[in-house]
Design a binder for this molecule. Structure first.
Ligand SMILES: Cc1cc2nc3c(=O)[nH]c(=O)nc-3n(C[C@H](O)[C@H](O)[C@H](O)COP(=O)(O)OP(=O)(O)OC[C@H]3O[C@@H](n4cnc5c(N)ncnc54)[C@H](O)[C@@H]3O)c2cc1C
Length: 486
């Protein structure tokens, strides 16, 4: 077990990718998963608060402690097994997504749940129910988790296999490996109509109780092992970036693809870049069309027989929606596909780099709404953005009606405007039956907005669940709830 106590050594562990800052008395870095249990028991017996941290790519402060001890999982990074025949894998929590993707490729397998930040860990992804571009087709991390080993705040453990521990209506019961029975009531809480949601605990009658721990943001237990379902790699992928000179046409193009369509084009991802995103990216990618107002990245899973047909169908659709059809980037091989993927991945990194350079905390939306309400949301968002006079960049998961509007704040006056925009967009998303967080979670930064989305009784219900598993309120202190309250 590595232990860091000096101030300089702790600095990196006291902030996340949103530049949210906190403090830890000590940082513990177990070098084997068997070291976590005894450490947690010791912390529990001494009433010491502790927070779990992994790759620290989180954007809500969930992995940043404000006091107590930090446990980093970064050295717990073994891929325990890959069962090629059954398409499953068992992993330690600190396995980086990129390492896992690379390993799977060698077995002709894939794990499609892919947050843009592939430096993140599988434990962090489970804790946040992370999602990414391909969530449009495949759903978030939750869709692939078949098994979890969870260390509870008192050091006891749960081993949960999907399908084996189902709630009876609102009555739930789990059995620990030490033979303890934990019973609790599942509160009825609002479920948004957006296709993605990462706000609050996953709670609903008759649920599979493994799902409670997925997306619980390191507040109910520590993910010790993760079992995942996998898929075979697809034979061919048609990947393209289509540029538009008109936002309305861009939205029509995306809407066509989001729905069943006569051309039978069914993308696995539909990603959005606004004009400012393209301007920011043009610093790194010189070959961008200068007259584009926005762009959409689409990918289709196909095969050698259908590839030509699908390419032609996409060309025809593009021709109907943009005058910039000749500018379209189409990836014909792995290298070109990687270039497009990198283009998308470079964007949040470029935004975060700018914020870090100016020492600013990230102010951005993670809201999502249902497809039927998306245009209202989109129009109001741009109406406010264009009247505020702030620099901004909007990009994100257009397939899931989930865009990140990032604001650049240079003065106190800007901050007031940005905060108002942030509040207004949260309120609007809720009014439209959407969510305040579609993928990054609540953490500490968005905690005050839980009350926007949930009724007091619903939050109290979640807090009761938290107290059942963590009666001393030691784990992930101040994430989701404030000092054990709300
Ligand atoms: C450039 C960039 C792009 C991003 N794009 C996306 C995206 O497309 N989709 C998306 O969903 N997110 C995205 N994120 C956010 C982030 O990558 C995810 O939230 C990711 O899941 C965090 O993983 P991590 O390993 O970095 O965890 P950390 O940031 O270290 O921790 C995040 C949370 O998980 C908890 N946690 C971590 N490990 C464990 C464990 N073993 N047991 C219990 N709790 C644990 C922590 O306590 C904390 O609450 C992006 C971030 C960046 C910087």
């Amino acid at each position: 077990m590595i232990k860091i106590t000096d101030e300089e050594g702790k600095v990196e562990y006291q902030r996340d990718a949103a530049n949210y800052k906190g403090m830890a008395d000590e940082v513990f870095m177990p070098e084997s998963i068997v070291e976590i249990g005894p450490l947690v028991k010791e912390l529990y017996s001494t009433n010491t608060p502790f927070t779990i941290s992994a790759a620290r790519t989180g954007l809500t402060g969930g992995g940043v402690p404000l006091s107590g001890v930090l446990i980093s999982t970064e050295r717990l990074n073994k891929i325990i097994s890959i069962d090629v025949a059954n398409k499953t894998a068992l992993l330690e929590p600190g396995v980086r997504l990129q390492t896992f993707h690379d390993e799977l490729k060698a077995h002709n397998l894939m794990y499609p749940s892919n947050p843009t930040e592939t430096w993140s860990t599988i434990g962090g992804n489970v804790a946040n129910n992370a999602s990414g571009a391909k969530t449009f087709k495949y759903g978030p991390t939750r869709s692939f988790v078949n098994y979890l080993e969870i260390i509870l705040p008192d050091g006891d453990e749960l081993h949960l296999k999907r399908g084996e521990c189902i709630a009876n209506g609102n009555d739930a019961e789990v059995h620990t490996i030490n033979g303890n029975v934990i019973k609790f009531r599942i509160p009825n809480i609002r479920i948004p109509k957006s296709s993605k949601n990462a706000a609050g605990y996953f709670l609903r009658p008759d649920m599979d109780l493994i799902d409670l721990f997925i997306g619980s943001e390191g507040t109910l237990g520590i993910v010790k092992k993760v079992g995942l379902d996998l898929l075979y790699q697809v034979e061919e992928v048609l990947s393209a970036i289509v540029f538009f000179d008109d936002y309305n046409n861009l939205l029509n193009f995306a809407e066509y693809l989001r729905n069943d369509n006569p051309r039978q084009l069914r993308p696995r991802l539909i990603e959005y870049f606004d004009h400012n995103s393209l301007r920011l990216l043009s610093e790194h990618h010189r070959d961008l069309p200068t007259d584009a107002m926005g762009a959409v990245w689409v990918e289709f899973e196909t095969n050698s027989i259908m590839l030509e047909h699908d390419t032609l169908a996409l060309y025809e659709l593009t021709l109907e929606h943009t005058d910039l059809v000749d500018m379209t980037w189409v990836a014909m091989n792995d290298r070109e596909r990687d270039k497009i993927t990198k283009f998308r991945h470079d964007l949040p990194l470029a935004v975060n780099e700018l914020l870090t350079k100016y020492g600013q905390q990230k102010i951005y939306t993670d809201t999502a709404v249902h497809a039927a309400s998306f245009r209202s949301y989109y129009n109001e968002m741009y109406s406010q953005l264009n009247s505020m006079g702030l620099d901004y960049v909007v990009f994100g998961h257009l397939g899931d009606c989930h865009l990140h509007a990032n604001l650049f704040v240079k003065s106190e006056e800007d901050k007031v405007k940005a905060d108002k925009f942030y509040h207004d967009m949260m309120k609007l998303a809720i009014e439209l039956d959407g969510t305040i967080s579609a993928e990054h979670g609540i953490g500490k930064i968005k905690r005050p907005y839980m009350k926007y989305m949930f009724k007091v009784d619903e939050i109290k219900g979640m807090l009761e669940v938290k107290k059942t598993f963590d009666p001393k309120n030691l784990l992930g202190l101040d994430t989701l709830f404030f000092n054990g309250e709300f």
